[in-house]
Design a protein around this ligand. Sequence first.
Ligand SMILES: *Cc1c(COP(=O)(O)O)cnc(C)c1O
Length: 372
Amino acid sequence: MNKIPPFDVSQQYQQIGDRLNQAAIDVLASGQYVGGQVVTQFEQSFGEYIGSQHSVACNSGTDALYLAMRALDIGAGDEVITVPFTFFSSAETISMTGAKPVFIDIEAHSFNMNVDLIESAITERTKAIMPVHLFGRPTDMTKLMAIAQKHNLYVIEDCAQATGASYAGARVGNIGHVGCFSFYPTKNLGGCGDGGMITTNDAAIATKFRILREHGSPKRYYHDYIGMNSRLDSLQAALLQVKLPYLEQWNHQRRQISDRYTQLLQAANLPNVITPHHCPHSVWNQYTICIGAGKRDYVQSQLRDRQIITMIYYPLPLHLQEVYKDLGYAKGAFPVTEDICDRVLSLPMFPELSEAQQQQVVEALAEILTNV
Ligand SMILES: *Cc1c(COP(=O)(O)O)cnc(C)c1O
């Protein structure tokens, strides 16, 4: 039996390698390795795809989040509300600004922020809400935006896992005040290295972000802020420009794969498996099932023995991380998140995953779960 990896980014290279090679050669020959036309072109193409008026590239999704909050003047003494069930960057970047992450629990069915809990977490220090569109699925933005407006809070969308997802007709990243994207290779639009972008309809945010990513310098050797060096390499911009037109097709394939997983799993009627809630506007960065309490790690290792590699996003919630001891959250603070962390299992998911491979995964799960 052939090994089934959790993701396989080299398959895109097999599909469009010639075009990627040519784009890379063009940049190498041009001598323009930082900035230049290829970067502005990609910024513009990406902004058009999202539908935002402004889009500014940077070196990673992490930098996009951090510099977006800096552009909004978020810092020491401020609080930003986010979820404890996400990649560390979401909270890490809040802390990097000097502000304090304030966590609220998620919904079990969507794995996203339970927006009904936002208001109970708002204090006079709250400056912003950071929803994370986890695994490709949009957060309930209608309710969230109404609460933000009522309390005069900024909304920073962490879109790192949801490039191309939409909510009520708008693309994520074009709903809050600023959208933050990652082009890390395993994201839906992945480069061949690190990369990030913000999208916004607020010219002031875009301008300040642009200055901050270049040493806080509106004009070379004149510095208005403490910024950093966070540019998107010309090489990455050129490669991403080649890949962007394929994103819709790849996201469509991910949707088909997720539908097929759900059909196969439901037909197998497995005890101890909960399939993810159907969501037509998700872009399925991950297909994540929940396994009965106490059985997840056994199932994962049994799958590994059968050459099927799965992932656990995320094993330890952020409020229980060593680094956040001082925030004072106890175990039990966020029961849904804590329960989910013990039960989630992300199955192999990438646009080129074949039907036969999916069948192999589900058959293996059936074999394992009828014996636990
Ligand atoms: C990947 C990711 C980030 C960070 O993006 P990088 O480009 O790796 O810095 C932030 N938030 C979430 C939810 C992510 O999945």
